[in-house]
Write a protein that binds this ligand. Structure first.
Ligand code: UDP
Length: 338
């Protein structure tokens, strides 16, 4: 298949591009580079041993988006592009709704106009909101606790309505748990701009000496050691889930379907810190600070639907996630070159 990967220069997108190519597909990247450096493309091309077409495009620009479909003969789209910082979305809701919803609508309209109706959407476990049931299943009601989360819930609804209206669409909604890790080469990985919002890149920056210490947000939750529990998934396993979803859509017509991409295991903040300290052979200084507002105590995936229907499961351990994050961070202490 010739697959358009929007946000293909980003963290999850870049790993997925490599796996598409390794699986014998063709990949075309569309990215506005608002949160990615162009140097990632050189690294992708050298790892893949081939050149990769790249469109620098703002997907909310309908004319530019449609033009891309007119030039490329595409079979499917994996739509990663979007703003993703929860806290920033609370401060800038209009920007999040405008960017994330407009780009999704624009891509779908361009696809429809060019008879491309196989779509994989980057969703998030955030659509389960603060449901007290910690093990998340796909049939739980969806809701949100931030504008970012609402853009995922709303986009999922648009996609469900579209599949309902026109049975030519095949739509995979992939709900990611907590992606971490990096390509085993250490050449591509997560490169957050500014202050990292997420735990793993923060821990990695502490280990490499860019930050003094980790703040652990609360140690009085009802969990194994009092710290927050999440389902961390290696980005390589996550990328593989997208290839599995494309394979599924070629074989089976589900219309619209959602799959959790997670390991099924819950890991506490302190367990992750401990694993990272071993992987890096560095001390990770930390202090316990008050809970972060809006954080859920604990949740993880029930991944059995993806296991059964996609024939996919996670393979990498927490220690491998930390070892690969560390290799990326230590080889690229300042992230990608400018
Ligand atoms: N966390 C923390 N310190 C940090 C960042 C995160 O203790 O600097 C905790 C957070 O409270 C949560 C877990 O790590 O329990 C994962 O947080 P992250 O922001 O990575 O993901 P999300 O909250 O979206 O699951």
């Amino acid at each position: 298949m010739r697959v358009l990967v929007t946000g293909g220069a980003g963290y999850i997108g870049s790993h997925t591009v490599l796996q598409l190519l390794a699986a014998g597909h063709q990949a075309v990247i569309a990215d506005d580079f608002s949160n990615a450096k162009p140097s990632v493309i050189d690294r992708l091309e050298s790892l893949a041993g081939q050149s990769i077409p790249v469109y620098r495009v703002d997907l909310t620009d309908r004319a530019a988006t449609t033009e891309m479909f007119a030039v490329e003969r595409l079979d499917a789209v994996i739509h990663f592009a979007g703003f993703k910082a929860v806290g920033e979305s609370v401060a800038k809701p209009l920007s999040y709704y405008q960017n994330n919803l407009d780009s999704t609508l624009s891509v779908l309209a361009a696809m429809d106009a060019h008879n491309v109706r196989t779509f994989v959407f980057s969703s998030s476990a955030t659509v389960y909101g603060d449901n007290p049931v910690r093990e998340r299943t796909e049939d739980m009601p969806t809701t949100a606790t931030s504008p970012y989360g609402w853009t995922k819930v709303m986009s999922e609804q648009v996609l469900a309505d579209l599949a309902n209206a026109d049975d030519r669409w095949r739509i995979a909604v992939l709900r990611y748990f907590n992606p971490v890790g990096a390509h085993p080469s250490g050449l591509i990985g997560e490169d957050p701009s500014g202050f990292p919002n997420n735990l793993m890149p923060f821990v990695a920056q502490v280990a490499v000496g860019r930050r003094e210490k980790l703040s652990v947000f609360g140690d009085d939750y009802d969990t194994v050691d009092g710290t927050g529990v999440r389902d961390y998934i290696h980005v390589e396993d996550l990328a593989a889930g997208h290839i599995a979803a494309l394979d599924r859509m070629r074989a089976v017509d589900d219309g619209w379907s959602a799959w959790n991409l997670g390991s099924g295991d819950g890991v506490s903040v302190l367990a992750l810190v401990d694993s990272f300290a071993r992987a890096s052979a560095r001390e990770i200084p930390y202090e316990i600070v008050p809970r972060r507002p809006g954080d859920a105590p604990a949740y993880w995936a029930d991944a059995s639907k993806a296991n059964a229907e996609l024939g996919w499961r996670t393979r990498k351990t927490l220690d491998e996630m930390c070892a690969d994050s560390w290799r990326w961070q230590s080889q690229n202490p300042g992230g990608y070159p400018d």
